[in-house]
Every structure is written in C-alpha cells, then in structure tokens.
Write a protein that binds this ligand. Structure first.
Ligand SMILES: C[S@@+](CC[C@H](N)C(=O)[O-])C[C@H]1O[C@@H](n2cnc3c(N)ncnc32)[C@H](O)[C@@H]1O
Ligand code: SF4
Length: 370
C-alpha cells in the first residue's frame, strides 16, 4: 500500500473574475455539470492502481455552490469507495466568500473536509468591485459564519498588485482580520500573475481575459513591491505566522500538508479537466478542453529524469527554505557567487538562502543558477 496526494479540479464558477487566468468557466447547465461529475467518478473508478491510501485531498479552483450537495457527495462516495483515506487525511476545499454559508459549512464538515481556504484577495471595496469579486461585506459575513460554526483549520488568501490597492493596505487588512478572527491559522499572499510584464500583458490563456488598460495606472508601483512583500512577512512573523513557502504563512502545525508534499515530490493523483498530477516520475496534465478531456485526448506527459528531478528539488528548496551547500557543485557557482556579492542570495551556516529583497525575482535567479 502506498500513500498519495489527490487533486480534484472543478472548473465551474458562478461568475468569471476579471483577472482570472485559469480554466474556469461560468457558462454551464446543470446537465453539463452532471455529465462532468459522472465522468469524474468514472475516471476515479477506472483508475488503475489498487490499495491506494490518500493522505491529502485538495478541491481546487471553483465556486463550490455550483455543485449540488448530491453531486458533491457523489464525488466523495466515489473517492471513498475506491481509495482508503489515511487516519489523518487532510481534506481541503477552496472557496469564494459567498459560498461560505451555514449549510455548506455543516455539510463540508459532515463529509470530512477539515481545511478551508477562502480567497478574499483584498478588503478594498473598489478593487473587489473592479475585479468582479464578492464584496468586503460578503467576506466579513463569511468569517462571522465560520466563527459560529467553528472551523479550526482556516486559511485566507490575498493577491498583491490588484487595482486601487495602496501600499501597506494588505497589512492593514490582515491586521484587521486577525484581531477579530483568531481561527485564521494560515495566510497566503500571492502576486497577480504576470505582473512582471505589466502593463504589456494583455492576453490571458482562457476566455480571452484581458487586463483592462486602465489598470496599469491603478497598480501599486513596481518599486514598492519588494518592500511590500518584506513588510507583510515581518508583520506576519510578529503575529507568529511562520513563512514556510515564498507566499505561504501559518501558525505552527497549520502548514498545508498537501502543498508541502507536492513540493517534496510526493506522488499526486489528479482528476478532472486540466488536472496536473505526478506519478512514477511523470508529470501529466489533462487537456483544458471538455471534449478532449472526455475523449481522454491531449494528455500532456513529461517524464522527469534524475537531472529534472534534481532541478525541481533545487527550485522547491529555494521556494520553501534554502539550498544545501552540498548541491552547489551541480549549479552555476559563478552566478551564485555573483548573486551573493550583490546580496540577492546569502549564506547562512551551510545553506544558500534567497534574500527577502529579491524574492520577486526568484524565477530569474533560479533560471540563472541552474
Ligand atoms: C485556486 S482558485 C481559488 C478558489 C476560488 N475559485 C476563488 O477564486 O476564490 C483561483 C485562485 O487563483 C488565483 N488567480 C487567478 N488568476 C490569477 C492571476 N492572474 N494572478 C494571480 N492569482 C490568480 C485567484 O486568487 C483565485 O482566487
Ligand atoms: S478566481 Fe476563482 S471564482 Fe474567480 S473565476 Fe477564477 S476560479 Fe472562478
């Protein structure tokens, strides 16, 4: 018997947020969803491994309310009939604030969901309305409900670089929320994707989403970005949230097990459209087209050899903590020394660590040293 992570992607959203660059769709009928749920369950049943123990299950990417209780239970029953859930299985769900209702919370608890990640992005009303997200009052309402129904493993997520959001505003938001809602044990702070190319990037992969032109005037100035990042980190550390990955902070014992295992190459089963998994050193992803997905066509596979695995290990090391000096001989030592001289990296004991000031350039640094 072997233990795995499991990803379930659900790409239906009650509305499409203006900035969302993922395979999520806001046009669907109940029939389309039911077809999808049936297909997913069949995919799970047909999966050709036996005696699989699931240690984490992660429901990703959706607005949970679009599935009926019956449809969600159907997926759960199928997972339970096919796999063994470990004794301490972590079952996470991602949700928008408006989907945090008393009914949903009780039902999620009954199903065994024990971790909730609520994406709120910002508490700035103007920004929320500009990006077509639930309002600040939906967010507060949701948190008040959680307080009453009680969910101990709760995460909130922000995005830096949204329009109208000012310098330090995210810190004020976090401070405000932590004062009133002590069940928040995990905070993630991501940057708006592709921000490097701002304002040039206009095209998104899905639904032809385009960042509106006038956003470029409303964004936080780029020179403040690193500073903002450092301030957020310092602030959260003072509140006893430990940074365990470049964008993720948690109180002790509340790290997301699913993510940690993903970063340490634990094998991951993945179901549904555009699902990304990792099995037998192969990374695979389903197509983002419904028809291809149903026909099991265009599944991308990337076989990782030892060199690839090593490079990923380095990448995940820098994201989560440090690179051990014993790996240096396989890296571009000249470049590493150059980055150390220029304070992008620094040495601590026998480790190479990314300097906070340069966290936003991590991808570039990795690209250069590998
Ligand atoms: C993984 S789900 C989160 C659950 C739920 N669908 C929601 O949006 O609240 C999608 C998340 O990906 C993030 N996302 C989508 N497009 C993004 C972009 N262009 N840059 C950064 N994050 C993005 C958003 O923060 C969004 O909340
Ligand atoms: S951000 Fe979340 S709710 Fe908005 S469209 Fe993307 S997946 Fe759906």
């Amino acid at each position: 018997m072997k233990t795995y992570n499991c990803y379930i992607h659900i790409p239906f959203c009650s509305s499409k947020c203006k900035y969302c660059r993922f395979a999520s769709f806001s046009w669907f009928s109940n029939l389309k969803i039911q077809t999808y749920v049936d297909f997913l369950c069949k995919e799970i049943i047909d999966f050709n491994l036996e005696w699989v123990i699931l240690d984490t299950i992660y429901f990703w990417w959706w607005t949970p309310g679009v599935l009926s209780l019956v449809q969600f239970s159907q997926i759960f029953q199928t997972l339970k009939s096919k796999f063994i859930f470990s004794e301490n299985v972590e079952i996470s769900i991602e949700t928008t604030p408006a989907n945090v209702t008393i009914e949903n919370l009780k039902w999620w608890k009954n199903l065994g969901i024990n971790r909730i990640s609520m994406w709120l992005q910002t508490l700035n009303e103007k920004s929320l309305s500009e990006i077509w997200r639930d309002s600040k009052w939906d967010i507060i309402w949701a948190l008040d409900i959680v307080k009453n129904v009680w969910f101990s493993n709760f995460s909130i997520d922000f995005i830096i670089w949204l329009p109208y959001v000012k310098k330090w505003e995210i810190i004020e938001n976090i401070d405000f929320l932590l004062r009133d809602y002590d069940f928040i044990k995990h905070v993630s702070v991501y940057m708006l994707e592709e921000y490097y190319d701002v304002p040039e990037i206009k095209e998104s992969k899905f639904d032809n989403i385009v960042y509106p032109n006038d956003w470029s005037n409303l964004w936080l100035k780029e020179e403040f970005f690193s500073l903002e990042y450092i301030e957020i980190k310092d602030f959260l550390q003072k509140k006893l949230f430990n940074r365990y990955e470049i964008s993720n902070y948690s109180k002790p014992w509340f790290e997301c097990k699913h993510n940690i295992w993903y970063w340490t190459h634990k094998e991951t089963l993945a179901f549904w459209l555009w699902a990304h998994g990792f099995l037998n050193n192969i990374r695979f992803s389903n197509s983002e087209s419904f028809l291809d997905y149903y026909a099991k066509k265009n599944i991308e596979k990337e076989i990782l050899n030892n060199d690839d695995l090593f490079l990923e290990k380095i990448m995940f090391s820098l994201r989560t903590s440090w690179i051990d000096e014993k790996f240096l001989e396989k890296l571009d030592i000249k470049k590493i020394n150059y980055f150390i001289e220029n304070n992008l990296l620094y040495k601590k004991d026998k480790k190479i660590v990314l300097s906070d000031n340069w966290v936003v350039f991590m991808d570039y640094i990795l690209w250069e040293i590998i």
